[in-house]
Design a protein around this ligand. Structure first.
Ligand code: PGA
Length: 254
């Protein structure tokens, strides 16, 4: 059984005091020991404070990006070891906003995934098509190529530790989510792609999240899909009541 994983991507939101308030409120709303693994991904500046506030909860803390080198003259960058030092357990890699605005490519995603695994961080690897690519019928080819590039050269043991997030770009922050059936079909494709290279067992163990306008109102129907093992949540993770309801909806009867 794959354990569902719900991650909140706070993007460029929340000062340290705001982050601490959100964590405190979430802790009162989410009963401990639920079926889902919970990960909070605040901005870099709030990582250590959030990690401190989450001690003893079993929840994970994720960064939203990192560099692949461990140290050196790379002004403005943050290394995998620095993330560990700040208390991180996870790191989002290849988010579409990084690909769109900050020059992230399949090649840099691949280097970051390897570096994260090497440092003992769980990479949450984001893939997904733009609206133009979907309308041109390119979704399948694009997602397969992103997955193959990101995971190239990894071992089956590596795959067990990482998470893939399927996030159609047109569904991010738009209020327009993929239908559960469509999201499930792409998740199934990702699993088949992994199965071809690493075998059925590794594919069956891989956790695949859906992301893009996940809300309390649609989380259950998405999570009921057999190939979807959790959610990467942006906007709805910024308010404790909404995110707590999403966590509660992570493991509906299927
Ligand atoms: P959204 O963002 O939930 O606000 O659509 C998801 C994401 O970008 O990870």
């Amino acid at each position: 059984m794959r354990r569902p994983i719900i991650a909140g991507n706070w993007k460029m939101h929340k000062t340290i005091p705001e982050a601490e308030r959100l964590v405190a409120e979430l802790k009162t709303l989410v009963p401990p020991g639920g079926p889902a693994e919970v990960v909070l991904c605040p901005p870099f500046t709030a990582l250590a404070a959030v990690a401190g506030a989450l001690k003893g909860t079993g929840w994970g803390v994720g960064a939203q990006d990192m560099f692949w080198e461990e140290k050196g003259a790379f002004t403005g960058e943050i290394s995998p070891g620095m993330l560990r030092d700040a208390g991180c357990t996870h790191v989002i890699i290849g988010h579409s906003e990084r690909r769109q605005y900050f020059g992230e490519t399949d090649g840099t995603v691949h280097r970051k995934v390897r570096a994260a695994l090497g440092a003992g961080l769980v990479p949450i690897v984001c893939v997904g098509e733009t609206l133009a690519q979907r309308e041109a019928g390119e979704t399948e080819a694009l997602v397969v190529s992103q997955v193959e590039a990101a995971l190239e050269g990894l071992t089956a043991a590596d795959l067990e530790r990482l998470v893939v997030a399927y996030e159609p770009v047109w569904a991010i922050g738009t209020g327009r989510n993929a239908t559960p059936g469509d999201a499930n079909a792409v998740a199934a494709l990702i699993r088949r792609t992994v199965g071809k290279q690493w075998g059925a067992e590794a594919a069956a163990r891989l956790r695949i999240q859906y992301g893009g306008s996940v809300k309390p109102e649609n989380v259950e129907e998405l999570m009921r899909e057999p190939e979807i093992d959790g959610a990467l949540v942006g906007g709805a993770s910024l308010e404790a009541p909404a995110f707590a309801r999403i966590i509660a909806g992570a493991a509906p009867e299927r």
